[in-house]
Design a protein around this ligand. Sequence first.
Ligand code: C2E
Ligand code: CA
Ligand code: CA
Ligand code: CA
Length: 279
Amino acid sequence: AKRLGRNTFRFYSATMHEKIRERRLIEKELRQAIEENQLSLVYQPKADMKGQQILGLEALVRWNHPELGWISPGTFIPIAEETGLIHPLGKWLLHSVCVQNRSWQEKGLPPIPMAVNLSPYEIRQEKIVEHVQEVLAETGLEPQWLELEITEGSLLEDSFATLKTLEQLKSLGIRIAIDDFGTGYSSLAYINRFPIDALKIDKSFVDKIVLGAKDAKLVDAIIGIANIMDLTVIAEGVEKEEQLKLLESFGCHQFQGYFFSRPLPADAMEEMLRQHNNK
Ligand code: C2E
Ligand code: CA
Ligand code: CA
Ligand code: CA
């Protein structure tokens, strides 16, 4: 047991060391990637429950490093948050999404809201409201076509300051959605104090609804209450038709997931928008 313990320790410290090195490398490379425009965006549609119309898009960041290849946002976003790089990255994201949306509108596509994920570190940054206002002014995008996705978890920390920030953002005329709902262990009563438009049910719940009656009932209840609260309910990570059918019967309004479409680069998304929304 002792030997195992020592080996385990050695193994553990080597991993730690590697992790620190990997982190430093990613930090350095990410800084450069932001400056040199190596990052790109993909867009995932939010569809109505019949899968006919696209009612919104979510922008997701992608990083194709010249030597390291694709690095997942799940890897680099936390590093960006720890190192403060989330701020220039977030600015770039917000600006790019507003420019893209404006450009599609100018091409005559029917306007739709486009969502950007906002890290809790960005919400807690003092200048965020000013910054969003600047981006809207610079790009000329009407605020109703911009949506910010904020995780449920970020409402739990520093909730007074967050409430004030969200109220100011809301007063600009943009939309606010609660992301990953169900993972933060907060209640809808709590959520209701914040000025929000939409609720996104986390994929982990959507995954379970076909399996057990208990989880399906829970999601049913959440959607019921969200409807009473007049929130748009969006299910994320829908991969199967059964999930979609159940969610529809619960009164869910929109869904996102591979069953409708994976996130797509701008040109492919434009094509899809023409097919679905230009009738
Ligand atoms: P999220 O905001 O919950 O985004 C949804 C994630 O689920 C995306 O992964 C998306 O590609 C994936 N997804 C969508 N539909 C399905 C499905 O049907 N099945 C499965 N298995 N997955 C599906 P992605 O793009 O890797 O992003 C992961 C997380 O990284 C996001 O979770 C978000 O928290 C963060 N992230 C991504 N882009 C950004 C960004 O631009 N800014 C910030 N702050 N965070 C981002
Ligand atoms: Ca999201
Ligand atoms: Ca989500
Ligand atoms: Ca999620």
